[in-house]
Design a protein around this ligand. Structure first.
Ligand SMILES: *Cc1c(COP(=O)(O)O)cnc(C)c1O
Length: 425
């Protein structure tokens, strides 16, 4: 690119004069490009379609079905004994709470920074939300967690590793153990991530994952529940709707675990189909490669963001071996909302889409606790109130090349330049 473009965003030469408009960089790829469906997955899906056996259970299935094979492969991937394939992560969270015995009116602690399906799952049960505050690093505020747990008497925490920011899991687990609070880990953005060497999702009683298109494996809709506990797995299998064919689950607990529940558990019809499972299983083989690409792009973009004035990427704990499928950064305290808004608009006009949690109205996939007016808990969260208005969030596609990352950073640098100049002018 031209000399002019290279000097963009630095405090180099004076701005070009009005009759010599500056050539701005533009990102032309689609930022929300999903992870590609591998050819092997397409072939498997076609085979399932030809067989007509899209429903996972049957009296005579002719061998292990795709859903069961996927469950075994998934449990192996995340290092848990059991996996149950569900129709979404929101439903997996609902079933996890049901399996743990949550009933209407119970209090459930929930990260104040999470996506709308999480409070949605709590509402689905008819339980009562107790929102827990977040820190500047988008992780749970341990003091607030302890205070809210003691105050409310809640015995369960849904811990969302929102946008892949892994909470200090040893500290959260130690505190929850002391308080007698069980943990469901919401791993929608942390499939493949590790905390201090252990797979994220192995700290709670149950972990829930998503295969919605913009997570780490893609089947449009889908969810997986994972646990080491035989009784919880059996309960989840029955609740998901296995009829009396629960033994066809890919990681089925022993028959005697089902004896007390088989005739006393409702069927919520929240299964994954064989077609969805066929699309997913080959993606597990690709995931390590995709994670390496996401993280390479993340590090390049993160380094670039550090050179742009007024914004800073959120620092990560060295124990957080995250998956960089998106990046979050904060506007500096005191940056005028008009400049932040102009920055977002300028970037979008040049092909880089940023989700800003500080906009007047939540839009798209942004999700803010004060937007959930269906909740009974209307207390403010002071930490979230400090951080969310400054929070910006950008998707990273697995296909981004080093050149793409450079272009994105240039677009953002030029957008900030234009936004701040516009303000002065
Ligand atoms: C996407 C997401 C969910 C919900 O997943 P679905 O499969 O769409 O129900 C839950 N929690 C978090 C943090 C998410 O990002």
């Amino acid at each position: 690119m031209s000399e002019r473009r290279r000097s963009a965003g630095t405090s180099g030469p004076a701005a070009p004069s009005a009759d010599e408009p500056k050539e701005r960089a533009r990102f032309t790829k689609i930022m929300s490009e999903p992870v590609p469906i591998p050819e092997a997955a397409i072939e498997r899906a076609v085979t399932v379609l030809r067989s007509g056996r899209l429903f996972r259970y049957g009296e005579d299935t002719g061998g292990e079905g795709e859903a069961a094979s996927f469950e075994r492969a998934f449990a192996g991937f995340v290092g848990r004994r059991h996996a149950v394939a569900i129709n979404s992560c929101g439903c997996a969270l609902f079933l996890a709470m049901k399996a743990l015995g949550v009933t209407p009116g119970d209090k459930v602690l929930c990260s104040g920074f999470t996506l709308a399906p999480v409070p949605g799952a709590i509402s689905h049960i008819g339980a009562e939300h107790v929102l827990v505050d977040v820190t500047e690093r988008l992780t749970v505020d341990l003091l607030d967690l302890e205070e809210k747990a003691v105050q409310s008497g809640a015995k369960l925490l849904i811990l969302s590793h929102m946008r892949g920011h892994v909470h200090g899991l040893d500290a959260v687990a130690t505190l929850c153990h002391r308080l007698g609070v069980a943990i469901i880990e919401d791993c929608a953005h942390t499939l493949g991530a590790r905390w201090d060497g252990c797979p994220v999702g192995s700290f709670g009683a149950i972990a829930c994952y998503s295969s919605q298109t913009f997570k780490h494996i893609n089947s449009g809709e889908g969810g997986i529940l994972a646990t080491d506990d035989d009784a919880l797995a059996a309960k989840a299998i029955m609740l998901s709707g296995s009829y009396m064919m629960y033994a066809q689950n890919g990681t089925c607990p022993p028959e005697e675990v089902f004896a007390p529940i088989r005739d006393a558990t409702p069927n919520y019809s929240m299964r994954m189909s064989n077609l969805v499972a066929a699309v997913l299983r080959p993606q597990l083989d690709q995931l390590d490669g995709w994670i390496a690409r996401w993280n390479d792009a993340y590090r390049r973009i993160e380094a670039g963001l550090k050179t742009i004035p007024h914004i800073d990427p959120i620092p990560r704990d060295p124990r957080d071996a995250f998956v960089g499928s998106s990046i979050q950064f904060l506007a500096e305290p005191g940056l005028a909302p008009e400049i932040a808004a102009a920055f977002v608009d300028e970037a979008a006009a040049h092909g880089v889409y940023i989700k800003w949690f500080g906009a007047d109205r939540t839009a798209g996939f942004t999700s803010r606790y004060d937007q959930w007016r269906h909740l009974a808990d209307s207390r403010r969260l002071s930490g979230a109130d400090r951080v969310l208005p400054r929070l910006m969030d950008m998707r990273i596609a697995v296909s981004f090349t080093p050149e793409d990352c450079r272009t994105i950073v240039t677009v953002l640098a030029e957008a900030m330049d234009a936004a701040t100049k516009g303000q002065r002018g």
